[in-house]
Ligand binder design. Sequence first.
Ligand code: UD1
Length: 379
Amino acid sequence: MRLLHIVGARPNFMKAAPVWLAVAEAGGFDQELVHTGQHYDVNMSDIFFAELGLPAPHYYLGVGSGTHAQQTAAVMVAFEQTLAEARPDLVLVYGDVNSTVAAALVCARLLLPVAHVEAGLRSGDRTMPEEINRLLTDQIADLLFTPSADGDVNLLREGVAPEKIIRVGNVMIDSLVRLLPLARRSGVLDRLGLAPRRYAALTLHRPSNVDDPARLCALLETLGDLSARLPIVFPVHPRTRKRIEDLGLNATGDIRLTEPLGYLEFLHLMSEARLVLTDSGGIQEETSYLGIPCLTLRANTERPITVDHGTNTLVGLEVERLADLFNAILDGTYLWDRRPAGGIPLWDGQAARRIVAALEQLNGGMLHSIHTTSKEVAR
Ligand code: UD1
C-alpha cells in the first residue's frame, strides 16, 4: 500500500511524525510526505521536522500565507497535481488546519480514500475556522481515527457510519512520550534565565484573541498585572507579533517575549512551568498529560476531555476570571487536577502503532472495499 501523508502547519508535524515512524518500523508500506507550506518560517516548520525525525518532504507545495480562500485554493490546485504524480492508495490528513480540509476535498473528488487522524473533535463554535475544517474533513474521510470517546460520539451523532470510526488514542501524546526525556535536556530554562516552577508559559494566536485590538489589549494588560506575581514567558506566534507591532502595543510588567520555540524547547518550558496560559488546542492536551495546570483563554474547547479528566480550565472571555483563576492556582485554592488514575485512556504513546495495525488490516483487503464503495456511491 502506498501512503501519502499531508502536513502544512505547526500542529500537524507532531501528529504526523509518530505515524510516519510507526509505518516505517512496521514495514510493508511505501510512504511519502507532502508539506503544503502553510507554515514556512524555520522556527514554525523546519525545526520541527528535524526534532521530530520527519524526513524532508517529498513534495513541497509552497502555498504560504493568505486569506482562507487563497490558502485553501492554493493547496487544492497544487495537491491535485501532486496526486497525479504520487499515485497513493490512501492519503492521511492530520488535525484541523486549512491544509487538512483542502487535501481531503481534492481526494474526495478523485475518489481516493482518505484517513483523518484526530477525527471527531468538536467545539460547537462555527466561528472558528478549525471547526469548519473538522466538520467537513470528517464528512468526507473514509477512515476516522479518534483520540478519545467523545470523538466517536460526535461522529456517530453526525451520521458517520460506525465501521469508519477507529478509536486509537492521541498521536500528539506519542510525540510527547517519545521526546520528553530529550526535551528535558534542551537547556531552554538556562537560556532564558528561568527556574523550574517559577514562571508561567503563555501562547496566544487565535484570531478571536489577537485579531480584535480591544481583546488583545485587555489580555496583555491583565497578563502584565498578573506577571508581578509570577513572570510570564511568551513565545510569540508570527500572527500575534504582527498584530502587536501593527497596534504599537508594548507588553507590560514581567512578560518576557521570545521568538516561537522549537518542539523540544517548548515541551521543556511547558513541563517545568508553574502554570500554562494558552488558546492552543494541542497545549490543552499536553499539559493534561504532563500534570501542569492550564488556563485556556477561550470560551469553548473541542477537547472537553482535558477539562473533565485533565488539568485544563476554560477561562471564558472575562479578564477578571483569568485573574481570579491565576491567583487561585498560585494560592493553592483551586482544584485543577482531575486526571484519573492511569491517565486518559489511550493517551499512552502507542496511538500511532494502533493506526498502523488498522492500516495493516486494510492492506489485507479492506482497501479494495473502500474503493468499491466510493465508486458505487459515485455511480
Ligand atoms: C494555523 C491554523 C491553526 C493552528 C495554527 C498553529 C488554520 C485555519 N489555522 O493558524 O489551527 O492552531 O496554525 O500555528 O489552518 N506566518 C508567518 N510564518 C509562518 C506561518 C505564518 O509569518 O511560518 C504568519 C503570516 O502572517 C500568516 C499568519 O502568520 O498570515 C497566520 O498564518 P496561518 O497559517 O494563516 O494561520 P495560523 O494563525 O498560523
